[in-house]
Ligand binder design. Structure first.
Ligand code: B1M
Length: 215
């Protein structure tokens, strides 16, 4: 079996340096060499972002460095998108996704969206810092039957509960399944706030989301 570890290491390093153009070339080269897309994502991109996150926490890097890394992550994810998504999957339904109110982190949300789309589900992206009203309007107007909520901050995870409560109060709870996720979110938190599903990563989010349509 081929060993792509040096290439994953390079991708992680380019991400940490925020080298958007070079990382796209490195991702493409790894794909051309036969590296699995999911491993490029996990061992290259997400690993690199984890290292940046640790440095950010220890005040070894600051918001500007994290922002250029985030930009490189988005470029690299876009380059990986065709390989991550299954070709020719027929749409089986529609979902809504957003990062909740007060939270601007969108990399995880974008990955979840990409993987769900790759599992044959149309996704309406409501963006970041999304309030309850926007979600309610989207449920009413889009016909979506799954709502996906992402939160990356301990201070914003409760906004997932606010959305679920607002959906209940609007009389729409029976119309949608609600999925939650993001680094601080856990299964027990999801149970506590009345979500239908918690998944720890984008790939499992896509699997669970598809089950809601095909089960
Ligand atoms: Co922020 N930030 N940040 N940040 N940032 C974290 C989250 C933090 C852990 C860093 C740290 O201190 N170590 C920390 C949160 C601490 C806490 O709450 N306990 C933090 C902080 C404090 C902040 C600010 C407050 C910093 C400041 O201004 N002083 C500020 C808040 C801004 C705001 O949102 N209001 C802030 C700002 C930023 C940037 C703008 C600079 C940038 C975001 C850029 C962007 O997203 N476009 C940023 C980044 C990049 C990070 C880190 C470094 C990386 C996050 C990331 O993209 N990870 C992060 C540290 C870390 O995570 N190690 C950090 C990669 C991504 C693929 O993972 O998003 O977890 P993640 O998604 C995963 C899973 O969680 C899951 O799937 C994905 C992978 O498969 N998932 C779901 C996500 N959503 C899901 C939904 C699902 C299912 C699964 O179902 C619906």
């Amino acid at each position: 079996m081929s060993d792509f570890s040096a290439q994953f290491e390079e991708i992680s390093s380019l991400l940490q340096k925020g080298k958007s153009k070079d990382i796209v070339l490195a991702v493409q080269k790894a794909l051309d060499d036969g590296a699995p897309a999911q491993e490029i994502l996990d061992k290259g991109l997400i690993a690199g972002m984890g290292i940046i996150g640790g440095k950010f926490k220890r005040n070894e890097v600051f918001v500007p460095e994290v922002l250029v890394a985030a930009r490189a992550m988005n470029h690299a994810s876009a380059a990986l998108k065709p390989a991550l998504q299954q070709a020719g999957v027929e749409p089986v339904g529609k979902a809504i996704i957003c990062t909740v109110k007060g939270d601007l982190h969108d990399i995880g949300k974008n990955l979840v969206k990409m993987m769900i789309e790759g599992n044959g589900i149309e996704v309406e992206d409501l963006g970041v810092d999304c309030n309850e009203e926007k979600v309610i309007d989207a449920i009413k107007n889009s016909g979506a039957t799954v709502v996906c909520l992402s939160a990356l901050l301990t201070t914003t995870m409760m906004a997932q509960k606010d959305v679920i409560d607002a959906i209940k109060n609007a009389g729409l709870r029976d119309r949608v399944k609600i999925m939650v996720g993001g680094a601080p979110v856990t299964q027990s938190f999801a149970d506590e706030i009345g979500a239908d599903a918690y998944t720890p990563d984008a790939a499992s989010a896509a699997e669970v989301c598809r089950q809601f349509y095909v089960a």
